[in-house]
Design a protein around this ligand. Structure first.
Ligand code: 13P
Ligand code: ZN
Length: 274
């Protein structure tokens, strides 16, 4: 049967739109940021012959737990600014091989491009999230400006950081009741930072990389984008609040409990007072 044009696939369109939005928000300068999106084989077969492997790409991490799974991923060193005008050069569709350490490239990553250098962190995070949420699909990393700035000025304690974000916008507790996790500063692109990130992803969908950026995970592109956007907005408000001379009044723990009850969410245990 004749295959449909891959550029019309909804997930390709979503990747194009999202990377453009991330660029416009200023969170993905140069090649900053990366996105990976878990696909079902049935999402791919209308567009591609899955037996036609363009080339194989080795990987430093053993992703056997994801063997046979398909992802659309952004390329390493690729600029989000350029994804919309040249999708096949800046993104690719890959499948994890049986050995877990090789990728089948099925489309894209033209001119010998390779998937994001953060693929170990992405794949390990996918494994961690799928274990707690079978509907999980997307991992997104970017350099959200105000969250990044806050990692220089705010105490890097997960409870304290989460509480500050929750206090900056009423919506925050509802959007990320589990809070935000923080790993130590680490070299990006390594298995070690992947392991540290994935360990946190078991509990929270947001993980902060100090002096670098943020990771988010979710079931849909809108959900994960909105998650990071909400935390980033809180960080922006925090920046304004500090610039305006600091907090004079805030959302109290009593208010936050009322909010949690009204919206039926469970705040991270121990993060709110009685
Ligand atoms: P890549 O270009 O390899 O995706 O890396 C960008 C980045 O943000 C690294 O943390
Ligand atoms: Zn980065």
């Amino acid at each position: 049967m004749k295959k449909l044009d891959i550029l019309t696939a909804p997930y390709v369109q979503e990747m194009m739109e999202t990377t453009a939005n991330l660029y416009r928000l200023g969170w993905d300068e140069r090649n900053g940021g990366n996105v990976s999106y878990l696909l079902d084989e049935k999402d791919v077969t209308p567009f591609l012959d899955v037996n036609k492997v363009v080339r194989q790409i080795p990987m430093i991490f053993d992703a056997s737990a994801l063997k046979g799974r398909y992802f659309i991923v952004t390329g390493s060193g690729k600029y989000f600014k350029n994804v919309e005008k040249a999708p096949a050069e800046n993104m690719g569709i890959i499948r994890i091989c049986e050995d877990g350490k090789t990728l089948d490239l099925l489309w894209g990553l033209e001119n010998d491009a390779v998937p994001t250098s953060e693929l170990p962190s992405h794949l390990m995070s996918h494994i961690a999230r799928l274990a707690v949420d079978p509907k999980h699909r997307i991992v997104m990393h970017n350099h959200a400006s105000h969250l990044l700035a806050m990692t220089f000025t705010h105490e890097l304690d997960e409870k304290a950081f989460t509480r500050t974000l929750w206090q900056m916008c009423t919506e925050c507790l509802v959007v990320f009741p589990e809070g935000i996790s923080i790993i130590p500063w680490m070299v990006p692109g390594t298995n070690e930072i992947g392991e540290a990130t994935a360990a946190k992803m078991k509990e929270t969908r947001l993980v902060l990389w100090p002096q670098h950026g943020v990771y988010g995970a979710g079931e849909t592109m809108d959900e994960v984008f909105g998650l990071i956007e909400t935390a980033e907005k809180a960080a922006k408000v925090y920046t304004y609040v500090q610039a305006q001379g600091g907090v004079k009044q805030t959302i109290t723990d009593e208010n936050l409990w009322a909010l949690a009850n009204a919206f039926g969410v469970t705040p991270h245990p121990g993060y709110l007072g009685k």
